[in-house]
Design a protein around this ligand. Structure first.
Ligand code: ZN
Length: 297
């Protein structure tokens, strides 16, 4: 009888120890997460930018999720809740429609938050206008992140705001930033070399996101979609003609947009549609892959 009681007390004691250890560990991890700086970004490539500099000191949330288009996406209530807890919002800043439509609402949810404009210091390219219509991109091509030279400026802007919010860790951020800038720089040189001397400087793309990339390496994009709209039958005929004249055999499309027209044109020129995404979270790796695809086209 006595033995039994002692045994039960022993079991109870061990159980209490285990439970309190568990509670202690969870509260510690919660504290750890609470200590991280909440950063909200608009698009996926910015996640890599912030994480590369902020390391384990930041907790990054993205507004436009994988597969969605920054031209049309609307935030969910749970995303707005995430915004209300954030310290920093990192804007692309170049007139991405998601931001044009939602930035006021986002700021109203959290007025304390530091809002950074990633495009500060970047030379913007005028959007092409074939006809005088409603300006889809408000006169500026918003796809600034698809240039490694621009990415370096965006990273610099993010670094500035992180050190403003958390000056104690400035050295840590500076070290991370230097390392990442070097990686961006190396890839930029690699791509320039890979594309150097290529005779065909024209690429045909569905959604025209490559203006900044093309500017960096002396290429030219021929867009299928114009002003966010599908081309007319005459437009398609003229694109087929242009593709043939320029020996184009690959049509670039992206998983975020329709590929139907790209397929129609590819079939006519006996070419292929290749999918490349301008919005991958693993930015460096994705840009390397895209450059290889362009170089082989
Ligand atoms: Zn776009």
């Amino acid at each position: 009888m006595k033995k039994r009681i002692l045994l039960s007390i022993g079991v109870l004691f061990v159980a209490i120890c285990l439970i309190s250890t568990y509670i202690y560990i969870t509260s510690q991890t919660e504290k750890e997460i609470g200590k991280k700086i909440g950063v909200v970004v608009s698009i996926l490539p910015q996640v890599e930018f912030v994480e590369k500099i902020g390391g384990d000191k930041v907790q990054v949330t993205v507004m436009v999720p994988p597969g969605a288009s920054p031209h049309t996406y609307e935030p969910t209530p749970s995303q707005l809740k995430e915004v209300s807890r954030a310290k920093i919002y990192v804007k692309v800043g170049s007139g991405v429609e998601f931001e044009l439509a939602w930035m006021d609402k986002i700021i109203s949810v959290n007025k304390e938050m530091l809002v950074v404009d990633c495009s500060k210091g970047i030379k913007l390219i005028e959007a092409e206008h074939e006809h005088e219509e409603e300006h889809e991109h408000h006169g500026v091509d918003p796809h600034i992140w698809l240039s490694l030279k621009n990415a370096k400026i965006m990273v610099e802007n993010i670094y500035q705001c992180l050190t403003q919010i958390d000056p104690v860790n400035q050295e840590y951020y500076a070290k991370n930033k230097e390392k990442y800038l070097q990686e961006l720089d190396e890839l930029d040189k690699e791509i320039a070399q890979a594309l150097f001397g290529k005779e065909n400087r024209k690429i045909m793309v569905y959604h025209p996101v490559w203006a900044y990339f093309c500017r960096d390496y002396g290429l030219e994009q021929i867009p299928i979609e114009k002003e966010g709209k599908e081309p007319t039958p005459q437009g398609i005929a003229s694109l087929i003609k242009q593709a043939r004249e320029n020996n184009i055999t690959i049509i670039f499309a992206s998983p975020e947009f329709s590929t139907k027209t790209a397929e129609v044109i590819a079939k006519e020129i006996n070419g292929n549609v290749v999918l490349i995404s301008p919005l991958k979270r693993n930015y460096l790796e994705n840009m390397r892959k895209i450059a290889e695809v362009f170089a082989n086209a």
